[in-house]
Design a protein around this ligand. Structure first.
Ligand code: NOJ
Length: 802
């Protein structure tokens, strides 16, 4: 209670924010426990007053019965009033790592007939569980630029979670690719806020329509693995809202049940107790009605986190991930309420939010109990080995195939037509000799077909179709002579096999993962361990040399890249014998099938790059902070709004391949762009704000349609195919915005010779910038321009908008 008084008073007096920040980051004078319990001190604040700070925002807003949430919240409130304080504390505190079948568990509460909750990773499907699908990761579905595939992937993931009795899907992961080397980029949806936002929106709808709770993570600006528990992401309010918050807002608009505050600090306030971003941004401004759940071991205080808006602590103990049962909450939360440090109403609101989420997706209606044991999947007593894979190989294959971006296709090398002799070169084309799932969470993958990165976002492959397997089947059918060389370092054999063939496909990789695992790259280059983040954005296992060796001998060298993110290609991309390049992301289990479908033209490639591939690493706007002696390293987002392609445009840097780029086996012609204001509030919506000030949260009119964009695309080539028209917006010159920002996209199917009409609407929000002085989304004065193109640099149509 004291904190609330202090914070409000300090804010009102306009006292230096740094003073406030101390209060926000921890509560040194407020007891977390009553004297009869062991004292668990909050982790001390390690920064100093000169650092950027996060303003206080108290008290924590309660749930409301608005819209979709009316019934769930009403039911939850009824339960909560019948619950004892001990029950409330049980509901908001994880049972402790290992105490339950899932990676996170909430105990049952018999008094309200609540069976408990099973929370399970992760973004790519059910982690560490058998008879489940290893779906293509986030970066791959982002590469499809297809809203439909994003949704269908979410649906299939949701069905698998429901079939295994897991209540909560710990995904989607929407941290933008700010620094290309950041370890967990592959779990998310690439480098653009709108692409991420749409993928988040579709994933949440897909998962939750299957009655599974989704958890969008990691809130907020959790952008690298080095210093993952101590680093502070420092960013201004406009960058925060326009770039990093946007995907979370879209997830909330899809009705996401929970949000996971990450390990990091933002503006020197730990995310699990950052009242500005939990109480203010999420619960007030975005009107989030669900619950916040700490990342595993990310909570560092009892009272401060409760008051700042945290609603559930995971895995329950004060650290992750061991069987430590001492908790900041549990019995300590009960004590904190009893001694007046935390209002009962705050804990009741935590519980309301958690139960509302449970009712929101109707998990009270005959939902299965977990039928697996993540902690020991071989234990016959606790694993039923339920097969939930259904026909999800179909959607996985479609996504992995649709995501493949054809980056180079000299002399129409592809598609292949019954080649006489083909060589597959590189370990990624074949299976890993020691078997599937040899490395738990994929930590340690050295070579063999790369299906995903490492960490909690990895899933076990129930099967893995390699290129070796898929292309052999074609070879048999076509009477193609096939050979291979799977040792990445045996250049003599690679040359021999390449020399014999009229097509040589070289398979290369680049890998990264979550910071709790460290993986060395193989000989002979860069043996240094990668602590989650990549040390280099080059190929693993000396891939560049392998390509060069093969291209030196074979004038039809096709390169297939499986990678977590951008890779520098300058050493080989312009080699005249490198005739084609397939950018195949991380494919999950349908690795070879996807590549073969595109190579042989069964699938006309339509994938687009969800990030920029630069010519040199220093062309990117941001880097991982690798070294710091500071107890609380400062990660300053000085590039502001200029993430990825926005930076390349603003600084006029030529990329190797731009954001949104990908070739097709056919050609498309764009025409007839028509743009008109259709909204009720005209050209200038600033007057709409009236007296509506930020304390009310964002108004619904902001998201109403303002502008309709229509155009036609014709397939003028010889093959049916998908095109991915992208709608960019150019803000008025003085707006402070990048030269262009993505605002709409989708993949459309166009049979050869046909024309399709494409329509999109943009909302007032889409046309607005965040004004820090007004604390509102506002129209920028001047002329806007709508740009429609086949990539961020291949703009085909333009139209001004006054
Ligand atoms: C830590 C990771 O950051 C998070 O993404 C994951 O859901 C939890 N561990 C649980 O495994």
């Amino acid at each position: 209670m004291r904190c609330i008084t202090v914070c409000v008073a300090v804010a009102a007096l306009g006292v230096r924010a740094s003073l406030v920040r101390r209060d926000d980051a921890h509560h040194p004078e407020t007891p977390d426990t009553a004297p009869n319990l062991p004292i668990i001190p909050s982790v001390p604040f390690l920064g100093n007053d000169a650092m950027p700070s996060s303003p206080p925002s108290y008290p924590s807003p309660n749930t409301t019965t608005n819209g979709w949430w009316e019934h769930p919240v009403k039911r939850a409130r009824k339960d909560v009033h019948a619950m004892s304080l001990d029950d409330l504390a049980t509901l908001v505190t994880g049972s402790g790592y290992g105490n339950g079948p899932c990676v996170g568990n909430i105990r049952p509460i018999p008094s309200i007939d609540f069976p408990g909750l099973c929370l399970q990773d992760g973004p790519t499907g059910l982690r560490g569980v058998d008879y489940a699908t290893a779906f293509p990761p986030g970066i791959t579905v982002a590469g499809t630029f297809s809203k439909e595939l994003m949704r269908r992937r979410g649906t299939a993931i949701g069905r698998e979670f429901r079939g295994k009795g897991a209540n909560v899907y710990l995904g989607p992961m929407v941290n933008l690719m700010r620094a290309p080397a950041a370890g967990r980029n592959w779990e998310g949806f690439g480098a653009d806020p709108y692409l991420n936002g749409e993928a988040a929106f579709q994933t949440v709808l897909g998962v939750q329509n299957e009655r599974v709770q989704a958890t969008v993570k990691h809130y907020l600006a959790n952008q690298q693995e080095h210093f993952r528990n101590t680093g502070s992401s420092n960013l201004d309010e406009r960058t925060e809202r326009e770039v990093y918050l946007h995907p979370f807002m879209r997830a909330i608009q899809a009705g996401v049940v929970s949000v996971m505050p990450g390990y990091n600090f933002v503006n020197n306030s730990w995310m699990t107790q950052n009242s500005a971003l939990l109480n203010d941004r999420l619960k007030r401004e975005l009107k989030f009605q669900g619950y916040t759940v700490s990342d595993w071991g990310a909570q560092h205080s009892g009272v401060a986190s409760a008051l700042a808006g945290l609603d559930m602590t995971m895995p329950g103990g004060t650290s992750c991930c061991d069987t430590n049962l001492t908790s900041f909450w549990g019995a300590n939360l009960t004590q904190a309420v009893t001694n007046g440090s935390v209002p009962l109403s705050r804990v009741q609101d935590m519980a309301t939010r958690i139960l509302a989420g449970y009712y929101f997706v109707r998990q009270d209606e005959g939902y299965l109990k977990p039928n697996f044991n993540f902690m020991d999947i071989d234990d016959p007593a606790t694993n039923e080995h339920v097969d939930v894979m259904a026909d999800h190989d179909v959607i996985s294959r479609e996504i992995s195939t649709a995501a493949i971006a054809l980056l180079k296709n000299a002399n129409a090398t592809l598609p292949l037509h019954k080649p006489k002799k083909i060589a597959l070169i590189g370990s990624d084309a074949g299976p890993f000799a020691l078997g599937l799932n040899y490395y738990p969470d994929n930590i340690g993958w050295p070579y063999g077909a790369l299906s995903m990165g490492w960490g909690s976002g990895a899933t076990m492959n129930s099967y893995l179709v390699t290129a070796y397997e898929a292309i052999q089947q074609r070879a048999r059918r076509d009477h193609t002579a096939i050979n291979w060389s799977f040792d990445d370092f045996d250049y003599v054999n690679a040359r021999k096999v390449a020399n014999y063939s009229d097509v040589a496909a070289v398979f290369v990789t680049s890998l990264s993962g979550e910071g709790y695992g460290t993986v060395p790259n193989s000989k002979p280059v860069d043996k240094a361990a990668n602590m989650g983040d990549r040390n280099n954005i080059t190929l693993w296992n000396g891939g560049e040399k392998l390509i060069q060796e093969v291209a030196a001998i074979n004038n039809n060298t096709i390169v297939v890249v499986h990678a977590v993110g951008p890779v520098l290609m300058e050493e080989w991309i312009e080699h005249p014998n490198v005739t084609a390049v397939l950018w195949a992301h991380l494919p999950g289990s349908e690795s070879g099938t996807a590549v073969a479908d595109v190579l042989y033209g069964d699938y006309n490639p339509s994938g687009r790059l969800p990030y920029t591939i630069a010519k040199q690493r220093r062309d990117y706007p941001a880097e991982v902070l690798y070294n710091s002696d500071a107890p609380q390293p400062q990660i300053n987002f000085t590039e502001g709004l200029l993430i990825d392609h926005r930076h390349f445009d603003a600084k006029d840097i030529e990329p190797r391949f731009e954001f949104g780029f990908g070739l097709s086996y056919t050609r498309f012609n764009y025409s007839a762009l028509d743009v008109e204001f259709i909204g009720d509030y005209g050209h200038n919506w600033n007057h709409k704000w009236g007296h509506h000030k930020a304390p009310d949260g964002l108004p619904s009119w902001l998201f109403e349609p303002a502008v309709r964009v229509s155009f036609t695309v014709r397939n003028t080539g010889d093959m049916d195919g998908h095109e991915v028209p992208q709608v960019y917006l150019r803000f008025p010159n003085d707006s402070g915005e990048p030269p262009k920002v993505l605002r709409e996209f989708d993949r459309v199917w166009i049979p050869r010779g046909d024309t399709v009409h494409v329509h999109h609407t943009l909302s007032y929000y889409d046309l607005s910038v965040w004004s820090i002085p007004h604390q509102q989304w506002r129209r920028s004065p001047g002329t806007y321009e709508i740009l429609v193109g086949a990539s961020s640099r291949d703009i085909r149509l333009r139209h001004s908008l006054l």
